[in-house]
Write a protein that binds this ligand. Sequence first.
Ligand code: 5AD
Ligand code: SF4
Length: 473
Amino acid sequence: MTPPRKLHIKSYGCQMNVYDAQRMADTLAPEGYVETASVEDADLVILNTCHIREKASEKVYSELGRLRAAKDQAARDGRGMSVVVAGCVAQAEGEEIIRRAPVVDVVVGPQSYHHLPQLLLRAKTDGRALETEFPIADKFGFLPQPSRQAIRSRGISAFVTVQEGCDKFCTFCVVPYTRGAEASRPVAKIIEDVERLAGNGVREITLIGQNVNAYHGDGPDGQPWPFGKLLYRLAEIPGIVRLRYSTSHPRDVEDSLIDAHRDLDALMPFVHLPVQSGSDRILAAMNRRHTADDYRRVIDRFRHVRPDIAFSSDFIVGFPGETEEDFAATLALVDQIGYAAAYSFKYSPRPGTPAAEMQETVSTADMDERLVRLQNLIDSQQSAFNRTALGKTVDVLFDRAGRKPGQIAGRTPYLQPAHVNASDAIIGQVLPVTMASLERYSLFGTLASMPAFRAQLNDAAPAGAQFQTTAGV
Ligand code: 5AD
Ligand code: SF4
């Protein structure tokens, strides 16, 4: 028997890339590839790149410089090492990577991962291979299902892509160019994936897409299904105790999604809903096609049906034309909404986007200063939010061994890490935990005895009211 070939995938960026990395591993498994954590002994290294971050392509070229040394060493040891560049930088740079980095054997865009085995073969005969087309056929139809063993080794929480691409064209963003037009997978395919995952022990599913709530895949009834309807159907699948989704857009929050939050216990009350700025002038320049008030109204619709819901967001500071007054509007919005978490970024131009043509007006020093002020505010909201869990009994889905011996770790509905001392038999279960302490972002507690927990449920005022995001902020 030939020994297995070793595959190392280094993934950057969003959850979609984590998911794609798993699909690439599944595509290469029938070719005899098994994953390794080390670059040095890999026969095949895939850089699964992200184009969202600043200087993304320069970072890829310096990583490729390091890989050249590893490839040379492998050659000296008498074995080959192939190097693949995948992901959004591959899509955006294409030929340029082949030209600038001789170490690379294959460049493959996100829509073509199902062709990886053929591309590797082509590279063997032709020296290099490149594929960055947007094929008409749905790549998901061609990607193999993960094996039972692969599902089990990936744990009880899994991502499932339901749509890819974006038609929104925010002026700062590369996604519409690297991931292409919005495309939704058919409902039946998603059900099939989730049933298979659930049958192999997965308990939590995060539905992912660049604009996940723009979902409108074909339903079994021949009609396009809105995102909320998909959630209702997936919540019926036995074994799935938690459903999440990311990333959503404020313009695509349909009533079916709000209803799903009202009706589905499995749908977690924690929503990532990026707003980017609190200033209408800047939102217009970003082509977000919503105002700050539109966003507030969307938040209100969620809160109306789930008072315990919490939100996270993305913000960009220093967008071209952002004045101190515009930035103050962002701080005011954050203050008003009260976030459980948020990511904030300094604006940086992405080649090929409309904003890259705009005159930059905010100095680096001002951008730094605004970023610090925003992050301080968000941090204080996050700490206050985390503190509201103390003394409360909260459901935790246990998914892994903790860092200390005897400790088991899991996540609250709000994705806060939570730890208890218990046997690993609880992994895969949702159990109530009484929270005793907080260290930075991690909660520590004890498993609540069931009778005590029931008593608390009986006492509780409106369900979940203890998690109000604005409490103490
Ligand atoms: N500059 C700064 N941040 C950006 N993001 C996307 N493009 C840019 C850019 N050009 C941020 C947005 C987005 C998140 C994933 O990355 O906030 O929501
Ligand atoms: Fe990019 Fe999101 Fe805007 Fe689409 S909605 S263009 S993915 S920032």
